[in-house]
Design a protein around this ligand. Structure first.
Ligand code: FDA
Length: 317
């Protein structure tokens, strides 16, 4: 049976690759308003002040300098430099202490898509960010992009963890392979951010129906919560949050041995409620002007948002 919200989501993620649609969405006045809800701003100072506000309010932060699929070495170097500037600014404000604010990296923004040397270039850039993060007393987590990059991302993770064992990675429950990846990574010191997955992926590698993705998420959570690593439960889904809490209790985990994570601007009341209840609650804060890919994925997650954008596109084209 066709799942209508999954079909809408796939529709928006599919058309978003077109240059015409990209230009339409980037220039539509409505996009700007939506961007300001999900993105902290364009500059380092915007990201630092968003993190400061959340940390003062009892939450934690992980910050993403927006950008992906970089095909230009200078752009990849500029992304690395943006992270170095960010970590310096966060540390100067005392926000990296005890890992309160950390950073999230997309390897495709650091050069992974730059041909045969891409993996090596992304690894070197990530190592430079990790060196400064270590000096600042905080951690780094690798975002996970489309399934064609999963093996390479996990390979870079392994290399980084030789010198920086605290580097974490995202795993996406919609991929068939993820339960096995969770088993591999549920080891002491290993930080795994489990999310549902936000890209359009083929049936051959990924569950398509929302219910199957949720079931996979629960199987993966069981592995992570029972394992020796540090699970990071990245979801806004109330059922999965409740299941994560019960699994943590069943596995005798204390509040410091796992955390919840949500995206900036999504379910802020629930973020505050979980933090007030004594849970570690980290917010993923994106900033920068390359917001297109991120915004489309946030739109695609909600059928109402998707309908709105598809209607706008239909009337303008
Ligand atoms: P679901 O989409 O079912 O949403 C549950 C509820 O949350 C909704 O009913 C709604 O109330 C609210 N909600 C969710 N999305 C919303 C939106 N866009 N607007 C308004 N309300 C919304 N993905 C990926 O592929 N690679 C990655 O590296 C990451 N990284 C990452 C980090 C963190 C910290 C988080 C929280 C998420 C990611 N993701 C990600 C995104 C993830 O894969 C997923 O697409 C979103 O979290 C939405 O899935 P939920 O688990 O929230 O469930």
């Amino acid at each position: 049976m066709i799942d209508p919200s999954a079909a809408l989501r796939a529709g928006l993620l599919g058309v978003s690759k077109s240059d015409k649609v990209k230009s339409l969405i980037e220039n539509a006045p409505v996009s700007r308003g939506v961007v300001s809800r999900f993105v902290a701003g364009e500059h380092t100072t915007d990201a630092v002040s968003a993190a400061d506000g959340l940390i003062s309010d009892g939450r934690l932060a992980t910050i993403d300098f927006l950008g992906e699929d970089t095909l230009d070495l200078r752009q990849a170097q500029a992304t690395r430099d943006a992270y170095l500037e960010l970590l310096t600014a966060l540390s100067g404000r005392g926000l990296t202490a005890e890992g309160k604010a950390e950073v999230s990296l997309k390897l495709s923004a650091l050069g992974m898509a730059l041909g045969a040397d891409g993996e090596k270039i992304a690894l070197e850039h990530a190592q430079q960010v990790c060196e400064l993060a270590a000096t600042c007393g905080t951690t780094v987590t690798l975002d996970m992009e489309d399934y064609t990059t999963t093996d390479m991302t996990l390979s870079v993770l392994r290399d980084l963890r030789v010198d920086f064992p605290w580097v974490g990675a995202v795993l996406q429950a919609y991929l068939h392979r993820t339960e096995a990846d969770c088993k591999d990574l549920a080891t002491a010191g290993s930080r795994v951010r489990l999310c549902k997955g936000a890209y359009k992926q083929p049936e051959s590698v990924a569950y398509q129906a929302a219910q199957d993705v949720d079931l996979s998420y629960v199987r993966c959570l069981k592995v992570l919560m029972a394992g020796a690593g540090y699970p990071m439960v990245a979801s806004h889904d109330p059922r999965l949050i409740a299941i994560a809490s019960s699994l943590a209790a069943r596995n005798h985990r204390d509040e410091d041995s796992f955390e919840f994570q949500m995206l900036y601007g999504i379910r802020p009341d629930e973020q505050r409620r979980l933090a007030a209840a004594g849970h570690k609650m980290r917010i993923y804060i994106p900033y920068g002007d390359q917001w297109y890919g991120y915004l489309v994925r946030r739109m695609a997650e909600r059928p109402a948002n998707t309908m709105f954008f598809l209607r706008a596109l239909a009337t303008k084209s």
